[in-house]
Design a protein around this ligand. Structure first.
Ligand code: NI
Length: 198
């Protein structure tokens, strides 16, 4: 893990409750993060999950279209619904080109986020957004691949929330990580940048 990645992880760890840190984490990353000389981005990799319909979902889903990949959980009070709303607005702004982009919401809370829970939750957002979940072990593996941090935080009364990395990853048509994607701007601006990758 590069020092830069550590800084990002540190910032992003507390991002769920503090929107500004999401922006800070995004700003810290250059447009193309590289590992020590290989030139290959160190984010992403194979995964075995299921989608919101309970169908197997692997990294093969990322091939053919550029993708936005975001990790979160359906009980998230603010950051996740905000990010999913922003992504939905970007799909709206893309108009007829929306079908050339895809987006995945991968849970960090597999205990509560069953395929059914993901499907119900995502019905409030763009139909282009697909939810992915799995066993705790499968979710841990995809989190490691994407350098995602999350932590269960107990709440009064036995409930819990999750701190988690809140970076939107932009992957190219081959499923390779390009850059963190900044959705904190007008949907038209964000869509304009994405059109370059469609
Ligand atoms: Ni969240």
């Amino acid at each position: 893990m590069s020092s830069r990645t550590k800084i990002i992880a540190l910032f992003a760890a507390f991002a769920c409750g503090a929107l500004i840190l999401v922006v800070a984490a995004t700003a810290l990353l250059p447009s193309r993060q590289q590992t020590g000389g290989s030139g290959i981005a160190a984010v992403g990799g194979p995964f075995k999950l299921v989608d919101q319909d309970g169908k197997p979902a692997t990294e093969a889903l990322l091939k053919g279209k550029p993708s936005l990949v975001f990790f979160g959980f359906t009980h998230c009070p603010d950051v996740c619904p905000t990010a999913l709303f922003e992504m939905s607005e970007i799909f709206n702004a893309l108009g007829p080109d929306a079908s050339k982009l895809q987006a995945f919401f991968i849970t960090v809370d597999p205990e509560r986020d069953t395929p059914e829970a993901m499907k119900a939750y995502l019905s409030s957002f763009s139909p282009q957004l697909r939810g992915l979940t799995g066993t705790p072990e499968q979710v841990d593996a995809v989190k490691r691949a994407y350098r995602v941090y999350s932590r269960k935080v107990p709440l009064d009364g036995g409930d819990y929330t999750m701190d988690h990395t809140a970076v939107i990853y932009l992957m190219d048509k081959s499923g390779t990580f390009l850059a963190p994607f900044n959705a904190k701007r007008t949907p038209a601006d964000a869509a304009g940048e994405l059109r370059r990758y469609l």
